[in-house]
Structures are given as C-alpha cells and as structure tokens.
Design a protein around this ligand. Structure first.
Ligand SMILES: *[C@@H]1O[C@H](CO)[C@@H](O)[C@H](O)[C@H]1NC(C)=O
Length: 268
C-alpha cells in the first residue's frame, strides 16, 4: 500500500545518508536500515532489533509493479527534512494507522463481562495524565514519562492487544511488536521523531531506564483503577487484576497510588 518505486534507485545508489533522507518504507529494506544505523545513535539493543527487523520485513523492497508517481514538492520536502519531523503525508499515514488504538478494545476486559470496554488509546491517555501529575522524582524525566506512556502500547495498532490467553509466547509477542514498531517508524519517515518513538518504546519494552520502571507502575495502576471503576459501575468481579498486580509495584509513586486504589476498593 505504501510501497513505491520512485525512490528505490536513489536508495540503492547510496547505502549511506541519502537513503535515510527518504521515506524508509519505499527503500530497499537492507539499505535503509544500514543508513538508519549509521546516522543514529541507537542503543545496542535497538541496533539488534533493527537488524532483526531488517531481515524479517522484506515485503516492500522492490515495488516494480507500481507506477512511480510524479515528483512533487512534498517529496522534495521529504528529502530535505526526513532527518527531522515527518512530512505531512507521513504524519497522516502514521496517525491513520494509530486510529486503531482508539478502536481496539483492551483485551483484558473483553470476555470478562465488561460492557463497552476502553480502548488501548484510552488506557495510554490516562497513563500520560499520571505521568503529568506525579511528583518530581530526582533523576526522573517526567516529560519523558508522559511521552513513554503515550507510545508504550503503540505497536498494538498493528498486532492488537496480545494477552497470555492468546497462546502466543512472550518472545513471539515481542517479535511481532518490534516488527510492527519498525513498520510504524518507517511509515513516519524514519527521522528524529520516529527514532524518539522507537527509543521510548524499546526502553519501556526492556525495562531499561528509571522512566520505564515508573511507567510500568503507571500501566498497572491505570489498569487496577479501571478495574475498580468497572466493578463499581457494572457490578463485575475483577479481583484477578488486583491479585495479579499485588506486590509488583516498583516505585514509591506506584505503590502509593496502588494502595490508595486498594483501600478505596475495600471501603466499598
Ligand atoms: C524492571 O527492572 C527492575 C530492576 O531494575 C526489576 O525489579 C523489575 O522487576 C523489572 N520489571 C519488569 C516488568 O521486568
């Protein structure tokens, strides 16, 4: 759908920075990744992930059967700015894909008699608010937490909300999500914004920063608060969500909020 041949030749002609300046999803996967790696300072794990992704996603490498669209000023703009923010076209492609975050219901509630369960986007939005209102913690970049909260489940726009009951292994879930994230970053043009999203997502996935640890707490706090709200509104029993998160909070903020929610639940 977003494949096109117009940029293949420039990409192949240059394995270094030029390919990176063009929307990656139109390029030879191999080359676009090579240049992505040369031009950016990703963590070693992100390197691995991107290398893995480059060998597995080869669906858009030739585009020979597609007529090249005429060159336009927006393509020129893409060439000039892909290292930075996405072009309007890339941005709208990306945001259109993200629409499914608003329409995909969180799997944990589906099948547990919850009516009109929230979406993935609903969940990430309130996590963003949590990061916004939490106290300053030395060594924690709160703005980064807000950003991490609103992207941490973004790969679910493509793979959906995979839960243990789906019978998909943790490794396979992670592989699918990394591939999806890679696709979304390419859709976004592979520039600085795509790189920021990829890094935030990887940090969260790998639990590799202080911000990731607190956002993981927000993930669980948001879930039990939502569980309590469904219990109150709909008379369902969602005790398993409280059980499964009990004792798993890593930060003081997470512990305090989880304990407040548990105490409100006991007082009902
Ligand atoms: C994240 O890392 C911390 C140690 O830094 C560990 O205590 C915690 O269990 C980890 N969380 C997850 C979800 O892996």
């Amino acid at each position: 759908m977003w494949s096109g041949s117009r940029l293949v030749f420039p990409c192949r002609a240059s394995a270094s920075s030029l390919a990176f300046l063009l929307p990656c999803f139109t390029c030879s996967t191999q080359l676009s990744f090579k240049s992505f790696l040369t031009r950016t300072a990703l963590s070693p794990t992100a390197f691995t992930f991107l290398r893995m992704a480059s060998s597995s996603s080869s669906s858009v490498t030739d585009g020979n059967d597609i007529d090249p669209p005429p060159p336009s000023s927006s393509n020129d703009a893409a060439s000039a700015t892909a290292a930075g923010p996405p072009t309007a076209s890339s941005a709208i492609d990306f945001l259109t894909l993200c629409h499914s975050l608003k329409t995909t219901k969180r799997a944990g509630w589906v099948g547990r008699d919850v009516q009109n369960p929230e979406s993935i986007a609903d969940h990430m939005y309130r996590m963003g608010l949590m990061a916004l209102i939490t106290s300053d913690i030395p060594g924690i970049d709160r703005d980064k937490c807000v950003k991490m909260a609103i992207v941490h489940d973004i790969a679910e726009a493509i793979v959906g909300d995979i839960t243990p009951s789906d019978g998909i292994s943790k490794d396979e879930k992670s592989r699918r999500e990394r591939e999806a994230l890679d696709h979304m970053c390419k859709l976004l043009g592979g520039g600085s914004r795509a790189k920021e999203i990829a890094e935030l997502w990887m940090e969260y996935e790998e639990n590799s920063s202080s911000e990731a640890k607190i956002v993981k707490d927000f993930d669980k706090v948001e879930m039990i608060l939502q569980a309590l709200e469904y219990e109150n509104e709909q008379g369902v029993d969602l005790d398993e969500f409280f059980q499964s998160t009990s004792g798993k909070f890593q930060t003081d903020a997470g512990k305090a909020w989880a304990s407040e929610i548990a105490s409100r639940r006991r007082k009902r």
